[in-house]
Design a protein around this ligand. Structure first.
Ligand code: FES
Ligand SMILES: [Fe+2]
Length: 414
């Protein structure tokens, strides 16, 4: 039986409310299929507008097999390109980030304008037409300070996502924030294990003493059900919405993304050990009240986020292999906040650095146990792991749809 048919059969016969079968977490061929069906076709969060505030600022990223570069043009438009030179394929930008008037390939100095057009290629003969060899474009959109890219030739319409999440992001003015800190950790586990762990707080009490000082472990906060029935949460939404901050639970019908603003524990305002703000300057002048809790945004397969009154934290997931995933965390503060004056970097980053490390260890031990031939899918907690079930449901439906679509297309071609 071929791979696609096998995956389809396993997804169809999946026991609902149970974790996936072993190959979905460890097998290289299943991983390649994930990359082709999801990662190389969908909108992926890649970074923030404020990471490249000026013309010529760029950053690079690796999405599976594809190196990409994201650059701000002279016209201030943010564009993304395949970071592979049209001469012989050398990576044009080899650093994580930088600033350049033009993008110059280090191999033979082919030189590209910030809009990707080739402007200089030395001694290529009379018949050489530079217009044919611009950098290949990657679809790129920015919403509320978040840059998304899509590697597909024909990307899904970005407009519905923009319409849904922009009102929630807009008051926080993240497009003009400042990166206070950014780091990447490698978790030795499949990207879906990283997500499954993220989508529940059943593990929080036993694993995250720092985070649990301020973040509620109740499934209504992390999960996807019951928030509206919780009077504490609906009161929070009413107070925030009256202040002009969209807050109520808002999930796309496909289940791919969700926004909701959740209260923190008691008087907490930020993810610090004391619960007090880590940054003196508010993140945004457009947020007129304090104690706004955390605006939660997840977008499968790349990002979950916490936007607070004093700072915001974004998380970016990029798979490296079937059993390795890079998780990049970025702390954003008001652009005028000064380290050492308005915030202490250690205080700002402590809780989530600890939490990330604890989650890394959990994901790695989870992956370790799943490698056992004795592993079999186990039941999620209906009370606590509704968010995980929702993720697995989304993954299964999404993959099934794509695989069936591909099968239909292939049979038409045949
Ligand atoms: S490969 Fe880029 S200039 Fe030759
Ligand atoms: Fe966790």
């Amino acid at each position: 039986m071929d791979l696609q048919a096998n995956v389809l059969r396993q997804l169809k016969n999946r026991r609902e409310g149970f974790s996936l079968e072993q190959p979905f977490y460890i097998d290289q061929d299943y991983f390649k299929l994930d990359m082709e069906m999801i990662w190389y076709r969908d909108w992926l969060f890649i970074g923030h507008d404020c990471e490249i505030p000026r013309a010529g600022n760029y950053f690079t990223a690796q999405i599976g097999d594809y190196p990409v570069v994201i650059v701000r043009g002279k016209d201030q438009v943010i564009r993304a390109f395949h970071n592979t030179c049209r001469h012989r394929g050398h990576r044009v930008c080899t650093k994580d980030k930088g600033a350049a008037a033009k993008l110059v390939c280090p191999y033979h100095n082919w030189t590209y304008d910030l809009d990707g057009s080739l402007v200089f290629a030395r001694q290529m003969g009379e018949n050489f037409d530079k217009a044919e060899f611009g950098l290949k474009t990657v679809h790129c959109e920015s919403v509320g300070g978040y840059i998304f890219v899509c590697l597909a030739n024909e990307p899904a319409d970005f407009a519905p996502m923009r319409a849904s999440i922009e009102p929630y992001l807009r008051p926080h003015r993240l497009w003009e924030a400042k990166v206070a800190h950014k780091n990447t950790i490698i978790e030795k586990g499949n990207w879906k294990l990283v997500w499954e762990n993220n989508r529940e707080c059943y593990h929080c009490a036993g694993n995250h003493p720092e985070l649990c000082r301020t973040y509620p472990e109740a499934p209504t906060a992390t999960g996807v059900q019951g928030a509206g029935d919780d009077p504490f949460i609906s009161e929070h939404w009413a107070r925030c919405e009256a202040a002009g901050l969209p807050s109520a639970f808002n999930m796309d019908p496909s289940g791919q993304f969700r926004t909701a603003r959740m209260p923190l524990i008691e008087d907490a305002e930020s993810y610090t050990m004391s619960g007090k703000r880590a940054v003196k300057k508010p993140l945004s002048a457009d947020v007129p009240i304090s104690h706004i809790g955390t605006m939660l945004l997840f977008h499968y397969p790349t990002t979950w986020n916490h936007i607070l009154g004093d700072h915001a934290i974004s998380f970016r997931v990029l798979p490296l292999s079937a059993e390795e995933t890079a998780v990049t965390t970025t702390w954003l503060v008001n652009k005028d906040a000064v380290e050492g004056v308005d915030y202490d970097l250690e205080e700002l980053t402590h809780v989530w650095n600890m939490t990330n490390d604890q989650d890394r260890s959990i994901v790695e031990e989870n992956a370790f146990g799943i490698r056992s031939p004795a592993y079999e899918p186990g039941p999620y907690s209906v009370d606590h792991e509704g968010g995980v079930m929702q993720f697995v449901e989304w993954y299964s439906n999404f993959m099934t749809g794509r695989l069936q679509g591909d099968k239909a297309r292939l049979s038409v071609v045949a």
